[in-house]
Ligand binder design. Sequence first.
Ligand code: ZN
Length: 249
Amino acid sequence: MSEQPPPQSPESAPLDKDDDWGYDLYPERRGEKVPVKWWQVAFFGGGQTNTERTTCERNVYNCFENSPLVKLMYSALKSSGCEIDLRRHIACEVCDVKVSGGYDPRLNQIVVCQNMARSKGMVQAILVHEMIHMFDNCRHELDFKNVHHLACTEIRAANLTHCSFMSAMAQGDASPFRIKQQHAECVKTKAMGSVLAVRPDISKEEARAAVDKVFNKCYNDLEPIGRRVRRNSPDMMRAYGERGNYGYE
Ligand SMILES: [Zn+2]
């Protein structure tokens, strides 16, 4: 569910095997205030937690007002019986620097990492990604401890947003076939990274096997966006405009 590559570095905190939800990446989930390192204060303006939170919350609110994709996901969730209440379901928090966002299936809450996601564009990307997890959970009652369920929802999130943006940027000299291949590879790599970030207890090979096993089915499931969205293309607006086709208001 996380946005960033796997925390394989030796200094990453070990997770409790029985509680492998990736919450060590979200220390505020356990009620801890994250200590601010002196260099963060000196160079990155860390420490200013309240300002960060306000900025983050303003960006979240702005996305719900103005982002076609966020609004589309909001409609899809609402039509599926899982309406989002901003104050209840979205939280701006300080996270481990390895992640920029997350979805907490136990509380049905999206975490936006205020210390990592500093721009509106990044907040939008996180919201859409995590809202796809929320949508999958709403539709299918996912078991996030089941690695195949996890792999599937990460494939869908990477497919519908992240990798589509990347492929659009790489489009210059590549043939359509190569783009398709690159896109699928991008989704696999990104999904594997996300699975490993949440499940440091499994090996890279196990993560890849899980992704491969469910890949075709989950890669071709484009609900609720209906297409792979390309950056700077009319796809974003079109997807929002056509939401009626999928039964969303
Ligand atoms: Zn994810």
